[in-house]
Write a protein that binds this ligand. Structure first.
Ligand SMILES: Nc1ncnc2c1ncn2[C@@H]1O[C@H](COP(=O)(O)OP(=O)(O)OP(=O)(O)O)[C@@H](O)[C@H]1O
Ligand SMILES: [Mg+2]
Length: 391
């Protein structure tokens, strides 16, 4: 789609912008990128990981992972070639491109794995790679913020949505194998109460995750503004869900950052003396868990409502999001497991909605202008209704 819309000359230029910086053999990337994906269902992934794990299970899992990830990475690399030239020269975008290229290079060069010892090596490489790709989202967000004027809104959204969806698939497949690899070596020690099935936590407690995330975001808010509201968690606090914790954390940290920021800024604007607390309510549904985050941060102006789910749209002033200031904050935020600064990239809501929707959940906002927002998040338990989901 994107490919068809961009003029040929522009595409070639963009490709040159990237390839001139690398010494990799492009032909191999194209060769891999032309292969068909082999989507896998969550149910199939879960089947691999039913205890007791045998060497054959692990070798099956590594064979799939090893053949699939380089193809997915190569397709992403090629997608960068189709960006307009000027976007390709942005240092943040070029950095992510190089990270994908290097990830591809590392994985495709592994010889086929035929022993448990070599599988361990591969799993370690995969694990290191996940660490290396940890800041892809804030980096790409910064890049697109700087290049906003060079791409149409829809083209930007198309590229980013594809990048993120494929990243979720890459991570789920990669992390699932790494988790299995550990589980296999650890199974003597694991008890019957083991709650992990690969990367999926089968008894995740949303209330406790929300407390942890709210604490992190509260610290971040204190650091940024010198003040922060309190929070509390109520509702079905003992409810559990089967989910990938990093996804849960990502979505809720983004929503909480918005709620904390709005509350502090609205207090300043309206000369309110004390910040009203942020209320986090957990509800239990049939096959899903609902989370409502309620703030009194003044809500969203009616005219802005249609923009809030758009990439790179933010009401944070540019000078507050300067690259220098941000990188320090971003680093800190990432060390704490949060994906970016308190606000300003305009990625939080569209990304959180994409993540929530990936496994059949949803994200909606109801704003009462002049008062505050209610954000409704619904996450489907991965075991059960989402098992057939292809990734
Ligand atoms: N709870 C809220 N109360 C008031 N305004 C909000 C709330 N949540 C989001 N917004 C508005 O929606 C905009 C977009 O939110 P989004 O999270 O996508 O981006 P951001 O917070 O500006 O940047 P970042 O990508 O760093 O999160 C915000 O800039 C803010 O104006
Ligand atoms: Mg935000």
């Amino acid at each position: 789609m994107l490919l068809r819309r961009l003029p040929q000359v522009q595409r070639l230029c963009a490709r040159r912008a990237f390839t001139s910086k690398t010494h990799y053999d492009e032909k191999i990337v194209y060769q891999y990128a032309s292969q068909q994906l082999k989507p896998v269902s969550i149910g199939q992934l879960l089947k691999y990981s039913q205890p007791p794990l045998t060497p054959a299970n692990i070798l099956d899992s590594v064979a799939y992972t090893q053949s699939e990830l380089p193809v997915r990475l190569a397709k992403r690399v090629i997608s960068f070639h189709n960006l307009p030239f000027i976007v390709g020269t942005n240092p943040h975008i070029a950095r992510v491109y190089n990270q994908y290229y290097e990830a591809f290079d590392r994985l495709y060069s592994f010889a086929p794995i035929d022993s448990i010892e070599r599988e361990w090596e591969f799993a370690r490489a995969l694990e290191r790679q996940t660490q290396l790709l940890v800041d892809v989202i804030p980096t790409i967000a910064q890049g697109f913020l700087e290049c906003k004027q060079y791409m149409k809104r829809e083209e930007r959204a198309l590229f980013i949505n594809e990048l993120i969806r494929s990243r979720i698939g890459l991570r789920v497949i990669g992390e699932q194998h790494v988790a299995l690899s550990y589980q296999f070596r650890d199974q003597q020690r694991s008890s019957l109460e083991d709650v992990w099935v690969g990367a999926i936590h089968t008894k995740l407690l949303p209330a406790s995750m929300m407390r942890q995330c709210a604490q992190l975001v509260q610290n971040m808010c204190e650091m940024h503004y010198g003040t922060a509201p309190s929070y509390y968690v109520d509702g079905d606090v003992d409810e559990t869900i089967s989910y990938i914790p990093s996804h849960f954390e990502y979505i809720t940290c983004e929503l909480l950052k918005n709620a904390f920021r709005a509350t502090v800024e609205f207090s300043r604007q309206s000369h309110r003396l004390a910040h009203p607390p942020i209320q986090i309510t957990i509800t239990k549904g049939e096959g899903y868990v609902g989370v409502r985050i309620r703030d009194q941060g003044g809500g969203i102006a009616k005219d802005n409502m249609r923009n809030v789910f758009e990439y790179s749209w933010s009401t944070m002033q540019d000078d507050e999001t300067s690259t220098a200031g941000m990188s320090l904050q971003t680093n800190l935020a990432m060390q704490q497991g949060i994906g970016g600064p308190i606000a300003g990239l305009g990625f939080g809501l569209p990304m959180a909605r994409l993540y929530a929707g990936y496994f059949g959940g949803s994200l909606d906002i109801v704003s009462m202008e002049g008062y505050g927002c209610d954000v409704f998040l619904k996450l489907r338990s991965i075991e059960g209704s989402v098992e057939q989901k292809q990734i």
